[in-house]
Write a protein that binds this ligand. Structure first.
Ligand code: PGA
Length: 254
């Protein structure tokens, strides 16, 4: 696991986009695992810039998103389907038949979750999985206590997650209580992980993830076991780290 501390959100986002672009250039038909939330918005902006200015080609790329609220239709402006089209897919040359976001309205959710796992396998597995982290240490919607070997399934959202995400809804009671999420085992199968965190509200979760023991109570700590994981944080999110970490990853220093 490699930890990189950048001065700003913009620098964190530029580095994450550079790592993703590197995979897309080396393997044009790669499989990307994508995330939603405030954190990756800057990364997506930079990918759009690379597409427009440098011709970064997404036409052969397959994507799988981490999660989706149960009960929100794709056209709902807080659905993760809507988020992905609004923040990335509509502005790059994404192939709609190659993008996958879990279906929050699937009539048989258990069958859907198995189908999603099967589709990831059929696509050859995820080459690079982008991750945010919750203030409670969750990755995707794998809340504290999630099985570290879990697969795609429905999870009940923690009170803290509901409170954190209430800012996107008119009122807290509008935040869905359930979500479909890739499991921790699903995420760990990706060949490369890039986990991002900015702001001081993430400092405790990052400290536990990077320097604490592996525990299901902080699901992100599992990343310590991944052979190719990069954690990129801004200064504020790094505040509680006690070791020294570089400002550039090895992969870009070679
Ligand atoms: P955020 O959410 O990017 O909106 O902070 C991250 C997460 O909850 O995983």
């Amino acid at each position: 696991m490699e930890v990189v501390i950048k001065n700003t959100y913009e620098e964190m986002s530029a580095l994450a986009a550079a790592l993703i672009a590197d995979v897309v250039r080396r393997k044009p038909n790669c499989v990307l695992g994508l995330a939603t939330g405030s954190t990756p918005v800057g990364t997506y902006k930079e990918l759009i810039r690379l597409h427009k200015n440098e011709g970064l080609d997404f036409s052969k790329v397959t994507t799988f998103n981490l999660d989706e609220y149960v009960g929100l239709p794709p056209e709902h402006d807080q659905s993760y389907h809507y988020f992905m089209w609004d923040n990335l897919f509509k502005s790059i040359n994404a192939n709609p038949s190659k993008v996958h976001v879990p279906q929050g309205m699937a009539p048989d959710i258990t069958a859907f979750c198995q189908w999603y796992e099967d589709e990831i396998k059929k696509a050859g597995g995820v080459d690079l999985q982008l991750l945010g982290i919750g203030g409670n240490g969750h990755i995707a919607f794998n809340e504290p206590g999630s099985s570290l070997g879990s697969r795609t399934r429905v999870k009940t959202l923690d009170d803290r997650t509901i409170a954190d995400n209430a800012r996107f809804f008119k009122k807290k009671s509008d935040v869905p209580r359930y979500a479909i999420t890739m499991g921790i085992g699903t995420i760990m199968d990706a060949r490369q992980l890039v986990l991002l965190a900015n702001k001081e509200t993430k400092a405790d979760a990052i400290s536990a993830t990077v320097e604490g023991p592996i525990t299901a109570m902080v699901p992100a700590t599992i990343v310590q076991l991944h052979p190719k994981a990069t954690i990129i944080v801004d200064k504020a999110a790094s505040k509680k780290l006690t070791h020294e970490y570089p400002a550039e990853p090895r992969v870009l220093r070679r």
